[in-house]
Design a protein around this ligand. Structure first.
Ligand code: ADP
Length: 158
């Protein structure tokens, strides 16, 4: 049987407890998950691609079912290159849903064999957005309870 390979694409700027929850709950569904940091030159990130890769490798480097990569270009092309037939995305609310629906249908229109799998956030993580964490880091708010320790450590060094 073909391996069930999923790509979990995102900015992970920074990775949060919400991302980690989606990943951990999705692991039993797939043979492999590739965490894929999308690199977009137009996007102003708070943390470099290298820092974001290092966090995810620290969190998941020991897990043989998970790989961590970065990519440029279309997610659908990246999936094809890695023989992944599933795109994993998390949903927090209807705003996420409307946006994700458009992207999922677009990806499907480019490659009808590519399925987007949505996982609903756990209620305790539904309010966690990387953008909010970035604001808290910028303005020295409390954010340690929203992110893994590796992110807290990097943010403390800034
Ligand atoms: P992007 O810039 O592609 O939205 P993100 O890193 O913000 O990248 O998010 C990657 C994926 O993780 C998206 O599917 C997003 O909906 C999901 N996600 C982010 N935070 C949460 C959370 N708290 N609960 C569930 N899913 C989440």
């Amino acid at each position: 049987m073909a391996q069930r390979i999923a790509v979990f694409p995102g900015s992970f700027d920074p990775v949060t407890n919400g991302h980690i929850d989606i990943l951990n709950r999705s692991l039993p569904l797939f043979d492999r998950i590739i965490i894929a940091i999308g690199v977009n030159a137009q996007k102003q990130n708070l943390f470099s691609t290298e820092v974001r890769l290092n966090w995810l490798k620290e969190l998941y480097g020991q897990n043989e079912k998970i790989s961590v990569l970065s990519y440029t270009g279309l997610t659908a092309d990246f999936c094809r290159q890695h023989e992944a037939r599933y795109i994993l995305r998390g949903l927090r609310n209807t705003t996420d849903f409307e946006y994700e629906k458009t992207i999922a249908l677009l990806n499907r229109s480019m490659d009808s064999t590519l399925e987007t799998i949505f996982m609903m956030t756990a209620p305790e993580y539904g309010h966690i957005h990387s953008s909010v964490v970035r604001e808290l880091i910028r303005y020295k708010g409390k954010f340690d309870h929203l992110v893994p320790d590796c992110v807290s450590r990097t943010a403390a060094e800034r």
